[in-house]
Design a protein around this ligand. Structure first.
Ligand code: ARG
Length: 465
């Protein structure tokens, strides 16, 4: 067996180099510390490539058998934590290839025929991301299910709906939760949509211009389950817009999580007192014995910052790059990996935590009664009695002012007092001024009336399975 060229990094590229790389440069340029997590995709991609090379008569059947044998052993070594990752070998690709050659000799050296690390790494990242996307899709379903099941118990639990964080109109707690279900459902749609563009094969683009070997890219795509090919070799090795799309998706999804977290924190504070969280999701204070803090929700809100930051980082990484591959692209991995890790952990823990929310309906109702949440209902009632809406609005503004001075809710005022605001007000107004009456009246599609909310819950359940 001839010497393994990868044994000596100074010789890994060619005999052109007359001195070894400086230690500092070696550390600066190496990615093996973080890209080793691509190992499984790297081996899967290499096996598909080798099998195609053999089918096309580019390598021998014995070479393919040797490569398979070597890769099986490498898989075992990595899984067992016995693989010797070497910084000298720069990245996951060179590490695995060097070990393969050590194990099986020349067949290992033939693997890289018609391929470059440029199309290899783009393929690996796409394969890896595709699997992660499928895991995240499942977690998004779980998140939605947790919200829908909590909502199903609270279609009749009234809370104040807010605008400007001022009490606006009564809504049900279920209705509020279902707003988040809509957000996460759109996130799931975005994810499914971008998956189609992640799922295209760069391999075969080689370094940048394609290859002169009679390769069969469609075969490799089919083996690896790609839906299509990247059709331009320059684009295949250089663009990372699939990562940008993923980072945009993750950022939007985390922003949704963050808004929900913010509300959980508010609802749990003594000033709202709308919900309680199970102890296992709270932490205490080292100085204030009475404290139970919603740390998980706060951290989820906080971690949104890094995910949004990764989107900015990746966009900036791409913006000045000339075609085709540049080493800049090695910097795509850490932000991408961290976005996936953060989103995965966050969705998992949030879905669990939502399942552990205890609702305090009396506190929600009290808060709704405090803020004249049914003032619009009184105006709507007057419109039904024939007043133009603007006039009704005026009458009610006056009524609220008087009620505030008396320290009472509109529904608590005697009929005579209400009739003083407008003679057309009759006794049936009290039904309209009740929280439940207000809720029931909002039956427009997408409104908060329990019949609408129940219909939404049924539709979500059918969709989520
Ligand atoms: N580690 C590199 C990356 O992540 C692999 C591709 C290197 N290609 C090259 N021509 N230096 O992008």
């Amino acid at each position: 067996m001839s010497a393994n060229p990868l044994d000596n990094k100074a010789q890994a590229w060619s005999a052109l180099f007359s001195e070894p790389m400086s230690e500092l440069v070696k550390r600066y340029t190496a990615s093996v510390g973080f890209d080793q997590r691509l190992w499984r995709a790297d081996i899967e991609g290499s096996l598909a490539h080798a099998e195609m090379l053999q089918a096309q008569g580019i390598i021998a059947a014995q070479d393919l058998a040797d490569i398979r044998r070597g890769m099986a052993q490498i898989t075992e070594e990595i899984e067992a934590g016995r693989f010797d990752w070497q910084l000298d070998l720069e990245d996951v690709h060179l590490n695995i290839e060097a070990r393969l050659t050590q194990l099986v000799g020349d067949a290992g050296k033939r693997l890289h025929t018609g391929r470059s690390r440029n199309d290899q790494v783009a393929t690996d990242v796409r394969l890896w991301l595709r699997a992660e996307i499928d895991g995240l899709a499942e977690l998004l379903l779980q998140m939605q299910r947790a919200l829908v099941e909590l909502a199903a118990r609270h279609a009749e639990t009234v809370m104040p709906g807010f605008t400007h964080l001022q009490v606006a109109q009564p809504v049900s707690f279920a209705h509020h939760l279902l707003a988040y279900v809509e957000m996460f459902a759109r996130d799931a749609e975005r994810l499914a949509d971008l998956r189609r563009r992640v799922n295209r094969l760069p391999l075969g683009a080689a370094a940048l211009a394609g290859t002169s070997y009679p390769i069969d890219r469609k075969r490799v795509a089919a083996t690896l389950g790609f839906e299509g090919l990247c059709n331009n070799s320059l684009d295949a090795v250089s663009d990372r817009d699939f990562a940008l799309e993923f980072a945009a998706f993750s950022s939007i999804c985390m922003v949704h999580v963050s808004r929900l977290s913010e509300e959980i924190v508010l609802w749990m504070s003594q000033n709202f007192g709308f919900i309680d969280l199970a102890d296992r999701y709270c932490t205490g204070s080292s100085i204030m014995p009475q404290k139970r803090n919603p740390d998980v929700a706060e951290l989820a809100r906080g971690k949104t910052g890094r995910v949004v930051g990764h989107l900015m980082g990746l966009l900036t990484l791409m913006k000045g790059q000339p075609l085709a591959y540049n080493k800049d692209n090695q910097e795509d991995k850490e932000p991408l990996f961290d976005s996936v890790d953060t989103l995965r952990d966050t969705l998992r823990i949030m879905a669990e935590m939502v399942g552990g929310i205890t609702v305090k309906p009396e506190a929600m109702e009290r808060a709704a009664l405090r803020g004249y949440a049914t003032a619009t209902d009184l105006a709507d009632y007057l419109v039904q009695q024939g007043l133009p809406f603007r006039d009704a609005h005026e009458v009610v503004a006056h009524a609220v002012k008087v009620a505030m001075q008396m320290g009472q809710d509109l529904a608590e005022l005697p009929l005579a007092t209400l009739q003083g605001f407008h003679p057309k007000i009759g006794p049936e107004v009290f039904e309209r001024l009740s929280l439940r009456g207000s809720l029931d009246s909002r039956q427009s599609i997408g409104g908060t009336a329990p019949v609408q909310v129940h219909a939404q819950i049924d539709a979500h359940r059918a969709r989520l399975g």
